[in-house]
Design a protein around this ligand. Structure first.
Ligand SMILES: NC(=O)c1ccc[n+]([C@@H]2O[C@H](COP(=O)([O-])OP(=O)(O)OC[C@H]3O[C@@H](n4cnc5c(N)ncnc54)[C@H](OP(=O)(O)O)[C@@H]3O)[C@@H](O)[C@H]2O)c1
Length: 283
């Protein structure tokens, strides 16, 4: 199969993570050949850095960059998506697939800004994508072909796990879970480390043991065919240390706190989506 051409509009953190993932993980793309990667970004400094780091072709002009691209990734901040879309809309052909990673920008807004274009996917990645361990929710326009769905999935799989959602409204739940989720776990890590230091462990020891415990627990849960509840039961011996600690977390309302946290993040994601569409109407 011929190498796919992928153009990134915006060469920031997310574009760099995807480019790095694609270059490291060639097998994730459907084509046999390594995809041709192109970046458009207004900053000359950013273009020079990306060309230097990844040997990609760079453009100041988005319109030129999207010519003959099979896949165009909109990787700009949400408030720049409209301008970025309008810069390329006159040069698009209907079968060019566009994947937007911008939080809160709906498929309808993208379609409007891109002059009715329908080959559209909305993606919600998270920051561990920077190290190839992202978790991404995808939602596609109903007009997508199976090949276009595969192409979008291959792109995001280069930086981690991918899950499609059937209804666009579910992207707010994805945002509340995996989009904001790394920060919840960082908070848990901060709390565990601080508590261990209070018990007398040196800061570096507390930090390293906390990090490896979180990573190890996630790896174990992904490797064995048991639910987190079963794994927890297995390490909780009657009248032991874990049972004592877990009882405190249950009494402190950990489950309710997570339920409230995800509900609040979901609500904020809905509000931001509404605000973005109101800003759009105001323009
Ligand atoms: N970082 C994450 O982990 C993460 C997670 C989930 C979703 N996302 C989404 O990914 C998107 C990109 O985030 P990021 O962290 O990569 O942002 P970023 O580092 O700010 O990168 C965006 C880049 O796009 C450039 N740009 C602005 N307008 C442009 C245009 N019209 N054409 C071409 N390039 C343009 C920006 O240049 P200037 O700086 O000069 O404006 C900047 O270099 C955001 O919409 C965000 O919601 C990111």
């Amino acid at each position: 199969m011929q190498a796919a051409k992928i153009t990134f509009i915006g060469g920031g953190n997310m574009a760099a993570a995807l480019i790095e993932g694609l270059q490291k993980n060639q097998a994730s793309m459907m084509s046999v050949a390594q995809p041709v990667l192109v970046v458009a970004d207004p900053s000359a400094e950013r273009r020079a850095l990306l060309a230097d780091l990844y040997a990609v072709e760079t453009f100041a002009d988005s319109m030129a960059a999207v010519s003959n691209a099979d896949l165009i990734v909109l990787a700009v901040k949400p408030n720049h998506v409209r301008a970025a879309a309008e810069q390329i809309r006159t040069n698009l052909s209907p079968n060019q697939l566009i994947v937007s990673v911008a939080a809160g920008i709906t498929l309808t807004a993208l379609q409007n800004w891109l002059g009715g274009h329908q080959a559209l996917v909305r993606a919600m990645p998270n920051t561990p994508a920077m190290v190839g361990s992202g978790a991404t929710g995808l939602c596609g326009h109903p007009a997508l072909t199976a090949a276009q769905r595969n192409l979008a999935e291959s792109l995001m799989r280069a930086v981690g796990l991918v899950q499609w959602v059937a209804h666009e409204a579910d992207m707010d739940a994805v945002t509340a879970l995996s989009g904001s989720g790394p920060a919840y776990i960082f908070l848990v890590m901060e709390a565990m480390q601080a508590a261990a230091e209070q018990l007398g462990l040196p800061a570096q020891t507390a930090k390293l043991l906390t990090l490896e415990t979180v990573l190890g627990a996630a790896r174990l849960a992904m490797t064995v065919d048991e639910s987190p509840a079963q794994l927890r039961a297995r390490v909780t011996s009657p009248n032991g240390t874990t049972e004592r600690g877990i009882a405190v977390l249950e009494q402190a309302g950990l489950r309710a706190a997570f339920a409230q946290a995800l509900t609040a993040a979901h609500q904020r994601s809905v509000e931001l989506g509404v605000q973005l569409s109101e800003d759009e109407r105001a323009l």
